[in-house]
Design a protein. Structure first.
Length: 164
């Protein structure tokens, strides 16, 4: 199963696969969402919705009701992720920690959700590992620490053998 970050949608829509041009991409996303191959969590939904834009309209009209899973059941895993982040206070700037630990931000919850079933869940994100970065905790850093699989969008399509 592939757990998608909000940047899976946002970067595709804004930079690579505009909704009005790359219709094959968006049809494939809908198919993968409907089949349960890809999914996300409520925190990502919050980042995508209430923007009153084309992407939100597309998500509302094309993603199944079950696409966004509730993240409240992974509090134990979330505590592991937050404990790890706090332990890195000597590396990350205070603002980076505050952003990562903000309950409205999806990243720590995405990693925690994947940790809850790390043998079966791969995070799909456009973020890349930057271990020396101090002003932001990127998703790959806790993934590397907790041995959680992560890949980018194109690699996910390759693994699935999907084209569009």
């Amino acid at each position: 199963m592939y757990l998608v970050d909000s940047n899976f949608f946002i970067q595709a829509h804004r930079a690579i696969y505009p909704l009005d041009i790359a219709t094959g991409f968006w049809k494939k996303v809908k198919m993968l969402a409907t089949s349960g191959t890809i999914f996300s969590i409520d925190k990502v939904k919050n980042e995508l919705y209430n923007k009153n834009d084309e992407l939100e309209n597309w998500c509302r009209g094309n993603l199944p009701e079950s696409f966004f899973k509730v993240s409240s059941g992974i509090i134990q895993e979330y505590s592991h992720i937050t404990t790890w982040a706090i332990s890195k206070a000597d590396h990350y700037l205070p603002n980076a920690l505050s952003e990562f630990l903000d309950a409205d931000e999806a990243d720590a919850f995405l990693v925690a959700y994947a940790l809850s079933d790390k043998n079966n869940i791969t995070i799909v994100t456009q973020e890349v590992s930057q271990p020396n970065r101090k002003n932001r905790i990127k998703i790959p850093e806790p993934c590397n620490e907790f041995d959680i699989k992560y890949i980018n969008t194109i690699e996910m399509f390759r693994q699935l053998g999907e084209t569009f």
